[in-house]
Design a protein around this ligand. Structure first.
Ligand code: FES
Length: 158
């Protein structure tokens, strides 16, 4: 895969974040959060730049990104769908909900639609087991999701 280049604007954003937070290795997670917020995701060239700015091995940055699921190395959609696959949701139809969401959006777990409308993830429990099966879109929670509601739910997010 060809290495992508950061535009000057992105370099500037990362520089400003590192300047604001500092280069203490203990600040790496905070910096990666802020960079992901600004750039949208953390591809290889961004990881390399952050590593260089913080004087850390690239492997250290990669390791943190790999370990924490909230970091992503691929572009995210405008809306993030999360379908719960924890035990309570799974046994109450969560598997079917996931299949339908995947089919409706046309993407698998961990993928983003070509038009960047949706990204699809699974979660293992959001603490709403009594309302299973549960899915979320961005900050909105949908409980007791029935198969027939899936298309309607997604239709609200453009
Ligand atoms: S298992 Fe889905 S909310 Fe707990």
């Amino acid at each position: 895969m060809a290495t992508e280049c950061l535009c000057a604007e992105e370099f500037g954003k990362i520089d400003a974040i590192v300047c604001r937070i500092g280069t203490d290795p203990d600040s790496l997670i905070e910096i990666l959060h802020a960079v992901q917020e600004e750039v949208g995701y953390l591809p290889q060239h961004v990881q390399e730049y952050v590593a260089e700015k913080m004087d850390l091995p690239v492997g250290t940055v990669e390791g943190v990104i790999t370990f924490y699921s909230f970091f992503t190395t691929v572009p995210r959609g405008r809306h993030t769908i999360r379908v719960c696959q924890g035990t309570a949701c799974y046994v109450r139809g969560g598997k079917r909900v996931l299949e339908l969401v995947s089919k409706s959006a046309g993407i698998g777990v961990g993928e983003t639609t070509d038009d960047r409308r949706f990204s699809l993830e699974i979660v293992r429990c959001i603490g709403a087991c009594g309302l299973a099966p549960v899915m979320t879109v961005d900050g909105d929670v949908f409980d007791r999701v029935k198969s027939t509601r899936v298309a309607d739910i997604l239709d609200h997010y453009k």
